[in-house]
Every structure is written in structure tokens, then in C-alpha cells.
Design a protein around this ligand. Sequence first.
Ligand code: SAH
Ligand code: SF4
Ligand code: F3S
Length: 462
Amino acid sequence: MTQARKLYVKSYGCQMNAYDSQRMADALAPEGYVETATPDGADLIILNTCHIREKAADKVYSELGRLRELKDEAADQGRRVVLAVAGCIAQAEGQEIIRRAGYVDLVFGPQNYHQLPDMLARAEHGKVVETEFPSDDKFDHLPAPSRASTRRRGVSAFVTVQEGCDKFCTFCVVPYTRGAEVSRPVAKIVAEVERLADAGVREVTLIGQNVNAYHGSAPDGRAATLADLLYRLARVPGIARLRYTTSHPLDMDDRLIEAHRDLPALMPHLHLPVQSGSDRVLDAMNRRHTRAQYLDCIERLRRVRPDIAFSSDFIVGFPGETDEEFEATFSLVREVGYASAYSFKYSPRPGTPAAELEQLPEALKHERLQRLQHEIDRQLDAFNAASLGATLDVLFEKAAKRPGQMVGKSPYLQSVHVMGSANLIGGIYPVTIDELGSFTLSGTLAQNAALNLNENGSLIVA
Ligand code: SAH
Ligand code: SF4
Ligand code: F3S
């Protein structure tokens, strides 16, 4: 029996990284590593990094500086701490990380973490840098998490179905850090989702950098689309909610839109990034669709699923963006009306085509971001305010901070608090919203919900 060692993983960036961090813990569990919530006292510290904007990268180097002190203190007490940098910065910078931060022991990319036990053994004898894209599927080599650790992770789970990106938007590092698009076979995804459902998971979010470009092999040997996969997963007993992210407007095909009509489990909330409302900027970004095509896609989704709500990502201050072009983005936001959205100042990334173009002044980007963000915040408030008095189905996840309260998610990913006990967890109950907080909603379990509970606290569906 190996001695228990402590593992601390910190995730930056997107949900793909969050999922990878869990799988790293799964890969290390058979080696005797147990996860801890803080870096203090950990034997192995992994920073799972993001390269998407300059700020994200800067954060990691300052965190590394802090961890160096921790590592030195442990060494003074005769204890070795292994410090690893994983994820997209690791992929992009490789050896350079060790050059800048010589106290880092191990650097590995997103396609290498299934080799963790082997890399750790090698790191006993010197620095290890592993950023090759291996030809085998890392998921085939990863042990599944135990039922207990799946339960601990809660009733809502992520499942990676697709990785990498072939789109090459001119601002984006992802095609370089994550490599070409690869989809996992349908059977493996179904097996993973069945295992999650068996451990009590009720909601699955399928993730991929370009999730709706999914084209995994089906059991009959053909390539399945994301729509095919969703129809199949909707049949897995116990799975009540399905979501997918992140989608590209170009890959929203007719059948995927129909799935929003046909599958009650598919939640009426879609993250569909558009980046800009100007055709000239969309073209310069290599997004390969127009403003009108995006609006048409939104319209078609609303037609089949009138209660659907959207979120998006926006970039302001892309090289050459004029005042009129920014106004086009602003007017698109007004036209669509989002439930929420993220907006970013354009950040030039090494090795991407747009980084070579003449850049706009920081002050201008800042001003545009403020204006857009203000409108997005207003829309978020309006969306939440519209929930007041409404009855929403809430999937209960955990106890809230305040004693006696439980918290869960609405179909629109809003956090909803109610007075209730732990037997609500894993159940989906109608809640009438009666209060708006700054980031959350509060409500009361609808009367009939209380009547329809079985002794396990699950809703009895007639
Ligand atoms: N695959 C997804 C998004 C991946 S990155 C898609 O195609 O939409 C997440 C978001 O980060 C992007 O939608 C974009 O808005 C933002 N982003 C990516 N590169 C950026 C850059 N260089 N500067 C600012 N924001 C960026
Ligand atoms: Fe980046 Fe564009 Fe690919 Fe999204 S679609 S990951 S923004 S290159
Ligand atoms: Fe960041 Fe890599 Fe995700 S760059 S956004 S962690 S794919």
C-alpha cells in the first residue's frame, strides 16, 4: 500500500480545464494521492493554466512566486514539494517556464496528463517537460473516478466530448494549445454518463472548445453529430438535464436546433459566442459567418424553443475596430437581449495573426468595454428581475452558506436559494421566486412540490 500523499490542483480558464483537473486527481488516486483544498501541506501542487488572455498568464507567474516560498519553507523542514505547471500555458511555453521559474519541477500539456504517474517518477531525478501530442487517446488511459469521489463532486457534472479546434479565429490561441479537433466515440461518452448517473449525477454538461463540431464515431461506425449524441444521452436513466458548451454559430445545424424542440432534458439556455456585431470585424476575426447569419440562428432557436435564453462572449478593441464597428456590436447586444454575457478587451496573443496587426490604444478599449459591460449588466438584471414571481424548476446541489438554506440551479443557471433540508439535493423541484439578490435568487418551494416527495426526498413524477 502506498502512503497517502496530498495533492492540490488549481484550475484557471475554461470548464475544459476544470474537467481535466478532476481527471488528473483520478489519475493520481491509485498512486495514493488525496486531494486537499489548499496548497499548504500538499506534496504535489499542480497549476492547470490558461493562456487565453495576457492577464490569465500573468496571474500564474505571480502565483508561482508565492508557491516558491511555500516550497522553500517545506524544504527547510525536510519535506519535498513537487510543483507542476499544466494546461495551456504549459503547452504554449514548455521549457520557457522552467527558464523563468527554475523551481518548477514538471511542465505538461493538456494532452499529456494521463502520463502523470510516469512523469512524477521521472521528476524524482530532474526536470520534466512533456508537451507532445501523443497519438493515443488519453481518456483510454485514465482510471474512472470512484463512485464516492463522483458523489462528492455533486449532482452536476462535466463530460468532455470533443477537444481542440480547427477554426483558427485570428485572435485565439486555442488551436495551438489544444491542437486539432478530436471527438470521443459515442459509446465511451454514454458509458461515462451512465456511470455518473449511477453515482447520483442528474445534470451533465457536454464540453468541448467547439462542442457542436462534435463528430465522434457511433457504434454503427458512422460519425455521430452533437444532436445524435444528445438524443442518445437523453435516454440515460437518471439524467434529467443536458447542456453543452461552447458552441460556434457556424456549427448550429438544423438537427441540433430541432433537438432543442424535441428534448425536454436539453435546458433552454445556450452559450453562443458571437464576438462582434460588425461584419468587417467578424471577417477579420475569421469567424466565417455574418451578423445576419448569427441573428437568424438565434431566431430559429427561439422559434423552436420560445423560452430559450442566450449568453455570449464579446471582444472589444480588436485591431482596427472603428467607432461604428463597436456600435454594431452594441446594437447586436441590444437586438438579441442576453441573459448574461462575457466581454473582454482584445489581448494580443503570441503566435496569432491578429497580434501582428496595429493595436488600438488601451484607453479606447477600456472605454468600449465599460460601455458594453454596462449594457450587459443591465440585461442580466432585467433577466433576473423577470424571474420574480415566476416558478422555475430548480436542481438542488448543496447546502447554502446560511444555515437552513439549500441552493440549486434554475434552467438558466441562476443560483436559487430556498429554506429546506439536505434531502432536496439531487431533486428537481418547482420554486416560486420571491426575492432578488445581487447574484442569486431566493424563493419558496411550490406547494405541490412538498406533496410529491418520496421518502428519499425525490420528486415523484406522475
Ligand atoms: N471556443 C469558444 C471560446 C474559446 S475562448 C468560441 O469559439 O467561442 C473563450 C472566449 O475568450 C472567446 O469566446 C473570446 O471572447 C475570448 N478570447 C479568446 N481569445 C481572446 C483574446 N486574444 N483577447 C480577448 N479575448 C479573447
Ligand atoms: Fe478559439 Fe475560434 Fe476555436 Fe473558439 S472557435 S476556440 S475562439 S479559434
Ligand atoms: Fe484557457 Fe486553454 Fe481553456 S487557453 S480558455 S484553458 S482551452
